[in-house]
Design a protein around this ligand. Structure first.
Ligand code: UFG
Length: 328
């Protein structure tokens, strides 16, 4: 397959590019490098600079890539803003980047005859599920602008697919973390907000301490429960998803998580096996639901996919990557 990875210089797009190349696919990356880094693009992939909100940037790539008689088979969308508290304070930026960006990309795909789309959605579309376990058919009631924009995107894709005969694979990610086993790539942003890299920065003395946001949630230990999935397991699911929709089996909407929930406190305790984590309790963070854990039976059944890497491996790989990044 020839795969266009939009946002392929970012953390998730970069790892997916690596897995696509490893599976023998031809990878084309489009990225504006606003938060991504060229270093995340696999050396065998072709890179184009461009902005998802600019249709000509996308059509230029699709046209150039069709010139050899082998047009792009499937486009993957990773070029989104994804920080829950930032979405609460800057909702318009999220609507512009996430919703308008996808609309522009879909218009370019339809114009250029690309019929397969893989889209990164999120567990945040479920909102605050009563049981804490999320199944794909559960109600979608987001409690923050990030989740709202991703839900709007999912709906847009389904309507456009119906009107223009596209196949889609929508993945609802849970909490993605860890680094590629080669340690060539990992989460290397300056402004980190996610739990696992912040825990490891505290472990390495790169920050004074970790703040645990809220200890009075309706969970067994009072801290939020999340489902942590290794980036490599997640990236490999994208290869399977793209192969599924390009082989005429129809469209998909599936959760990608590990199927197990861990509280913030449990994550810190698991990390303590690797290094001491200085931490302190702090007030709740806006927009955080108490519990989100994935039911992953649909991904197992339809894609034959099974996450292989556990929380300990996630933590160790992030720690090793951060050591390498900082020469620590
Ligand atoms: N947390 C802390 N301290 C920190 C950072 C995070 O206690 O310094 C807590 C958060 O309050 C939350 C948990 O750790 O309870 C996980 O927070 P993250 O910021 O790592 O991740 P989120 O759960 O907010 O969001 C992530 C993705 C979303 C996705 C969501 C689904 O960014 O795209 O997981 O679970 F929707």
């Amino acid at each position: 397959m020839k795969v266009l990875v939009v946002g392929g210089a970012g953390y998730i797009g970069g790892h997916t590019g690596y897995e696509l190349v490893r599976a023998g696919h031809d990878v084309v990356v489009l990225d504006n490098l606003s938060t991504g880094n060229l270093h995340n693009v696999h050396p065998d992939a072709r890179f184009y600079w461009g902005d998802i909100r600019n249709k000509t940037d996308i059509t230029r790539v699709l046209t150039a890539e069709a010139a050899d008689g082998q047009p792009v088979d499937v486009a993957m969308h990773f070029a989104a803003k994804l920080i829950v508290p930032e979405s609460v304070s800057q909702p318009l930026a999220y609507y512009e980047n996430n919703v308008e960006g996808l609309r522009t990309m879909l218009e370019a795909l339809v114009d250029c005859g690309v019929r397969n789309v893989v889209f990164s959605s999120t567990a945040a579309v479920y909102g605050e599920p009563a049981s804490g376990i999320c199944r794909e058919d559960d109600p979608t009631v987001p409690i923050n602008p990030y989740g709202e924009t991703k839900l709007a995107c999912e709906k847009m894709i389904r309507w456009v697919a119906e009107a223009h005969g596209l196949n889609y694979c929508i993945f609802r990610y849970f909490n993605v973390a860890g680094a590629d086993a080669s340690l060539e790539i990992g989460l290397d942003k300056d402004q980190l907000t996610h739990l696992v890299p912040l825990v490891m920065q505290a472990a390495l003395g790169l920050r004074e301490k970790l703040f645990i946001f809220g200890d009075d949630y309706d969970t067994p230990d009072g801290t939020c429960v999340r489902d942590y999935i290794h980036i490599t397991d997640l990236a490999q699911a994208h290869v399977l998803g793209a192969e599924y929709i390009t082989s005429g089996q129809g469209s998909l909407l599936v959760n990608l998580g590990s199927g197990s929930g861990y509280s913030v406190k449990e994550v810190v305790e698991a990390a303590e096996a690797l290094a001491h984590i200085p931490c302190e309790y702090a007030p709740r963070r806006p927009g955080d639901p108490a519990r989100l854990t994935a039911d992953i039976s649909r991904a197992r059944q339809l894609l034959g996919w099974q996450p292989k890497l556990d929380l300990a491996t996630i933590l160790k790989s992030d720690l090793d990557f951060r050591r390498k990044l900082n020469g620590a």
